[in-house]
Ligand binder design. Structure first.
Ligand code: AMP
Length: 281
């Protein structure tokens, strides 16, 4: 496994491979890898000749300095895990490599930045868009892989790729969960044992909403039922629970059973902010 920290040597390695016609898959991550990341790596490996995993904690997507500071950093472990998966290339740049010189560009994704994550995390998606655009330009992959767990991020990246005509195929990979139902996340490392048990409540609240809707309840009723359940359980501070259109992510006030929709949740468990979602068919 080759590990690069600078752009030129990475590109010097990739260019001849691309000229030979080898297909390159990219899995962008912020490290602290878990089985969710590894399943993206496995999919990338099965569909490409060469898989590049980037590990970079992108400061411009953190709207909260404390969150950035406490984000888990486990590079040595990550590299060991990636080599067990047969990942061929790792790109682990420094901030200086990614953000050289005066950075003036800010990205605005319209309504996509005004709802859910965008509403609660000012500037977050501009940072996500910038770093993904940089990675796509640097690595020029044929395919790039993202997780459904961060579904709004996927919509942002899809918009970026469509509007700026990046020549890359995107994949949204299903969320990998713990046996309890808890969505795997690097941030779970910051949860205590009892908080980890509480955190399953995000998925349980989504499941409760889903079955209420599928039983014919209105969104208002389903939402209220889930909020009351969260309050009775305790230990979770809800930020939002929204029903969104499966094609556009626009916020819905009612579920049309003939159309795909997404139930999205964000909540604090202790000091840790977690998100999750389920797709309704
Ligand atoms: P992160 O390191 O958290 O920025 O995540 C890197 C990529 O892995 C993103 O595209 C995430 O959506 C994806 N990812 C994170 N957690 C999971 C999970 N539990 N299942 C599938 N993909 C995930």
């Amino acid at each position: 496994m080759k590990v690069f920290t600078d752009i030129t040597s990475l590109q010097n390695f990739l260019l001849p491979k691309r000229r030979q016609g080898l297909q390159v898959g990219l899995v962008p991550t912020m490290g602290a890898l878990h089985q969710g990341h590894l399943s993206l790596i496995r999919q990338a490996k099965s569909e490409n000749d060469l898989t590049v995993c980037s590990i970079y904690i992108n400061p411009t997507q953190f709207n909260n300095a404390g969150d950035l500071e406490k984000y888990p950093r486990t590079l040595e472990l990550d590299l060991a895990l990636l080599s067990t998966q047969g990942c061929e290339v790792v790109f682990a740049p420094t901030d200086h490599t990614m953000y050289v010189g005066n950075q003036l560009i800010r990205l605005d994704f319209g309504y996509l930045t005004q709802i859910m994550e965008g509403r609660y995390r000012q500037g977050h998606f501009s940072g996500v868009g910038l770093v993904v655009a940089k990675l796509l330009n640097i690595i020029k992959p044929n395919r790039a892989y993202f997780g459904q767990k961060d579904i709004q991020q996927f919509f942002i990246i899809r918009q970026l790729v469509r509007e700026l005509a990046f020549d890359v195929e995107l994949t949204c990979h299903p969320t990998v969960r713990e046996p309890s139902g808890l969505a795997m996340s690097s941030r779970n490392q910051r949860l205590s044992e009892s908080e980890r048990e509480k955190a399953v409540g995000l998925f349980q609240a989504l499941a409760l909403c889903e079955s209420a809707l599928k039983n014919g309840e209105s969104w208002k009723m389903a939402h209220q039922r889930a909020v009351e359940w969260i309050e009775t359980e305790g230990g979770i501070r809800l930020e939002y629970l929204e029903l969104a259109d499966g094609d556009t992510l626009e916020i819905l006030t009612e579920w049309n059973q003939n159309k795909q929709a997404v139930l999205c949740i964000a909540a604090f468990v202790g000091e840790v902010r977690l998100i999750d979602n389920v797709i309704l068919f």
